[in-house]
Design a protein around this ligand. Sequence first.
Ligand code: PGA
Length: 251
Amino acid sequence: MRQPLVAGNWKMNGSMDSVKTLAEGIKAGIDTVTTAEMAVCPPYVYIPQVASMLAGSAISYGAQDVNDQEAGAYTGEVAPGMLADIGCKYAIVGHSERRSIYGESDEFTASKFAAARKAGLIPILCVGELLEEREQGITEQVVARQLDAVINLEGIEAFGGAVIAYEPVWAIGTGKTATTDQAQEVHAFIRGKLAALDAAVADKVQILYGGSMNPGNAEQLLAMPDIDGGLIGGASLKPDDFLAIGKAANA
Ligand code: PGA
């Protein structure tokens, strides 16, 4: 049985004040979430503040990105070991905004994935197709290519210590959620692809859905057999909505 994971991606939002309010709000209601693990990924600069606020709670935290190098002359970058050092459990890699706005390739993403694991972090690997790719009927090829970059570099075993997030790019921040069937279909494809290489790894890996997930659609999505949680953007900035998504996974 895979434990559901609901992770909040706060993106480039917040201030010391708003982050305090948000973390306090989530902490205050966390006891109502009985089954899912809840995690938050604040902007780098607020991670230590959030970490100290969440100390002693069941809420995990992580980063929204990570560099693939261990240390050195990489101005502006943050190394995976630094994130581990401040207690991060997770690092999102390959978010579609990194891929599309900053041109990060499948290979670079795979290299970040490898570096995160090496530092003891659990990478949350985002995969997903653009609208035109869905319309061309190549969703599975795109997702397979994104997964293959990691499999080629790290081997299938690497997914034993990782999380995958399927995020159709056209559903991110748009209010357009994939239907439960559309999402389940791709989740099953991902699990099947991994299972062809290692059934035990495929059975264990959590595959989250991301893209306009909210309290109104979470329960239906989370009820699908291969949807093991959510990567939540907009709704993770509202404690009540974020907690409601977590509660939707209550057994
Ligand atoms: P959204 O973002 O929930 O605002 O669509 C999800 C994500 O980008 O991870």
